[in-house]
Write a protein that binds this ligand. Structure first.
Ligand code: PEP
Length: 244
């Protein structure tokens, strides 16, 4: 199973290092049997964390990429540069990027393709808003987002999709495990491949086992609860308790 921490715009470089050092120390005492852990810190901390994680079981990912390889793009960071800085994964199409920065399905697809070209594994986020859900459009929205995001990828390209209902992110609200499992099925059908599917949105130590019991889910993408090392370790342990 796969657990991804999305730290968003939280933690200084020093705080990020302290978290990872502590996690490495505690993992030496309690290893996980079957879990890949990916930490997605802020950009300034990415290189430092990739150095710290080298030779451990931890992996590092970025939260976004900009299109292009290099050029006169002030402020932009390409997939190639992220890979060079030690990232192995990159989150693409997070709903906060779609909402705050106007990213559309076409751009998300281009970013996923660019990630793959730079040998990064894209973690593509898809999810319906509250109003789309109320209008019964969840499956239509999810299928459209998945197909657009994976358009340029082949079935054998390593990629991950995270089902993140927009209304669940940071809200404390979650779908039940059966609904998350059902939507994971919609994602697999739309992707026409057996790629891993994660659930994300207000995951915490109280609800994670609900999602671990969903057979079509392969792990979780976690925001707030991934900022605390003890909480993060509880999440991975609780998932493994259910899924082994
Ligand atoms: C996220 O933003 O990807 C996320 C899952 O956040 P939270 O867990 O805080 O809802």
């Amino acid at each position: 199973m796969l657990m991804v921490a999305n730290w968003k715009m939280f933690k200084t470089v020093q705080e990020s290092q302290a978290f990872v050092r502590e996690l490495i120390r505690r993992r030496e005492e309690s290893t996980l049997s079957n879990t890949t852990e990916v930490i997605c810190p802020t950009l300034p901390a990415l290189f430092e964390l990739s150095q710290l994680c080298a030779g451990t079981t931890l992996h590092v990912g970025a939260q976004n990429l900009d299109l292009g390889d290099e050029g006169a793009n002030t402020g932009a960071v390409s997939a190639y540069l992220l890979r060079e800085a030690g990232a192995e994964y990159v989150i693409v199409g997070h709903s906060e990027r779609r909402r705050l920065y106007g990213e559309d399905d076409t751009q998300v697809g281009e970013k996923a393709a660019q990630a793959v070209a730079a040998h990064l594994v894209p973690i593509v986020c898809v999810g319906e808003t509250q109003s789309q859900r109320e209008e019964g459009k969840t499956d239509e929205v999810i299928s459209r987002q998945v197909q657009a995001a994976l358009k340029a990828l082949t079935a054998s390209t390593p990629a991950i999709v995270a089902y993140e209902p927009v209304w669940a992110i940071g809200s404390g609200l979650v779908p039940d495990g059966a609904e998350a499992n059902r939507v994971a099925g919609v994602i697999r059908d739309a992707a026409s491949s057996g790629l891993p599917v994660l659930y994300g949105g207000s995951v915490n130590r109280k609800n994670i086992q609900e999602f671990a019991k969903a057979p079509l889910l392969d792990g979780a993408l976690v925001g707030g609860a991934a900022l605390d090392v003890a909480h993060w370790m509880d999440l991975t342990r609780l998932w493994e308790e259910v899924r082994g």
